[in-house]
Design a protein around this ligand. Structure first.
Ligand code: 4GT
Length: 251
């Protein structure tokens, strides 16, 4: 496969934002950063302000009905979305840009299952809101989906987009070199991670659980599963219920 074809086929994130300099930010480091440099995924930013038409390049206006703050204009945002969709349709690869997602506390909550779904697409178009958010008509008019990274309020969608991209990019084929690391996660599917230990074997009088230094791989596996189950039951009864129901339906 040529480098050109490889590039055309790599997973692509397009981020629409008023702060393009926030990207790749932390995703330029470590695992995701290496994968970005090696072409496993591509990142493009689109400055929403480039689609403003007046001399002040304004992208927001006061909310109809009154109230505090400003709202992102639907015409400017839609022009930016249309530009991205037209570009990906015309780039000769026949590739789809993937779903267009507005990061918002109202959206479907991001979890591992959603991260996997998104990693299986050709890419993503992410819209980062600022101010009091975007005009509702832009979301409806362009069939934009919504995803939330959790039940709290952020001052902008950019940090939410970085969280989503981190969760998705590490699932792309070839990003985590060690296949065993991903397999280990699926072994513990639906459970919190078991506790980890490394050297020194005794630290401030605290010892590493003996089984972990025993070399008995089956015992280690059983110990880790028991700890993962114990932790999940105690700290995340919601996950524990789901885990039990999944185990029962498997029989
Ligand atoms: C929370 C989330 C998010 C915000 C979340 C529009 C203006 C939304 C500020 C933005 N807050 N975005 N994606 N929990 N704030 O995902």
């Amino acid at each position: 496969m040529t480098a050109e074809k490889n590039k055309a086929n790599s997973w692509a994130a397009t981020v629409l934002t008023l702060f393009p300099e926030m990207f790749p930010g932390p995703l330029g480091q470590s695992l995701a950063g290496k994968a970005l440099k090696s072409g496993i995924w591509r990142l493009e930013t689109v400055d929403i302000r480039d689609f403003a038409r007046d001399k002040h390049r304004s992208v927001d206006d006061a909310p109809f009905g009154g109230g505090p703050g400003m709202v992102m204009r639907p015409d400017i945002l839609a022009a930016a979305v249309d530009h991205v969709r037209t570009e990906t349709a015309e780039n000769g690869t026949g590739e789809n840009a993937g779903p267009v997602i507005y990061l918002s506390p109202r959206g479907r909550r991001l979890d591992q299952a959603l991260a996997r779904e998104l990693a299986d697409r050709d890419g993503l178009v992410l819209i980062c809101g600022r101010f009091e958010g975007v005009d509702q008509r832009a979301l409806e008019g362009r069939g934009i989906e919504e995803v939330s990274v959790g039940d709290y309020v952020l001052s902008g969608g950019e940090t939410a987009a970085l969280v989503l991209l981190d969760a998705v990019v590490r699932l792309l084929p070839g990003v985590i070199g060690d296949a065993a690391a991903l397999e280990e996660e699926s072994f513990a599917q639906g459970l919190l991670e078991y506790p980890q230990y490394t050297r020194p074997q005794v630290w401030e009088g605290r010892e590493v659980p003996e089984v972990l230094t025993s070399g008995h791989h089956e015992k280690i596996r059983a110990w880790r599963l028991a700890r993962a189950e114990e932790l999940t039951k105690a700290r995340r009864p919601d996950l524990w219920d789901r885990y039990l129901r999944a185990a029962k339906s498997r029989g």
